[in-house]
Design a protein around this ligand. Structure first.
Ligand SMILES: C[S@@+](CC[C@H](N)C(=O)[O-])C[C@H]1O[C@@H](n2cnc3c(N)ncnc32)[C@H](O)[C@@H]1O
Length: 207
């Protein structure tokens, strides 16, 4: 875990100071997510980064477990939650694959800007499926780099050979949806704000 988290530890402070790249789209994703949250919701976010999304939703749910592999990201997230007076978020440093407990216990799992960064998106999606309660939803926002018009999709696969960069997986929106459906999810909502933008999907585990 140490080597994969190094990149994120290094950029955490800079990341926390960056404005959201597309604020209107981010706000719409938050609003759509909100429709799936209730005061009884138990929410798991993996790859929570500096915690902005978890902190935004925490006041309207029962509890949030926010996880990330980067200690520095979590440190910043914890500081932000404390400053905001939020007390129902637990932070945990771990990979999604390490979350052994809690199978079938989450109402909502959030994976924002993360599925293209995990080693195996299909495995991650299956894991999320197992962690959700029947009827629970997986809310994700993913850079489907395989559909990008730029040259980035050709160099991204090389990142795995470069020690200082994270693994970036290249797949299309279609491939992502196929992975969700193959795991057993039903896609309830999907939205791509524009060309080369992340694909936002709400997928439900059937009852
Ligand atoms: C692009 S940032 C997104 C952060 C946050 N979700 C957001 O939308 O701002 C990716 C985050 O995922 C974390 N991460 C990368 N690989 C991970 C993994 N395998 N398991 C858990 N977190 C991971 C990184 O440390 C980083 O904080």
């Amino acid at each position: 875990m140490a080597s994969r988290s190094t990149f994120w530890d290094r950029i955490a402070l800079h990341y926390s100071k960056q404005p959201v790249a597309d604020e209107p789209s981010y706000q719409k994703k938050l609003a759509v997510t909100r429709e799936f949250l209730t005061p009884e919701s138990s929410v798991l976010e993996f790859g929570c980064g500096t915690g902005s999304t978890a902190i935004t939703h925490a006041p309207v749910v029962k509890e949030v477990l926010a996880t990330d592999i980067s200690a520095k990201m979590l440190e910043i997230a914890q500081g932000k939650a404390k400053a905001a007076g939020i007390e129902n978020i637990r932070f945990k440093q771990c990979d999604l694959a390490e979350l052994q407990s809690g199978e079938g216990s989450w109402d909502v799992v959030l994976g924002m800007s993360i599925l293209h960064l995990v080693d195996d998106k299909d495995e991650a999606i299956r894991r999320v499926y197992n962690l959700l309660k029947p009827g629970g939803v997986f809310v994700s926002s993913t850079a489907c780099i395989g559909d990008f018009s730029s040259w980035f999709k050709y160099i991204a696969p090389l990142f795995r050979w470069l020690p200082l960069l994270p693994n970036v997986a290249v797949f299309s929106e279609q491939e992502l949806k196929q992975s969700l459906i193959a795991a057993g999810f039903k896609i309830e909502y999907d939205w791509r704000p524009g060309k080369d933008k992340a694909v936002f999907i709400v997928a439900r585990k059937p009852e």
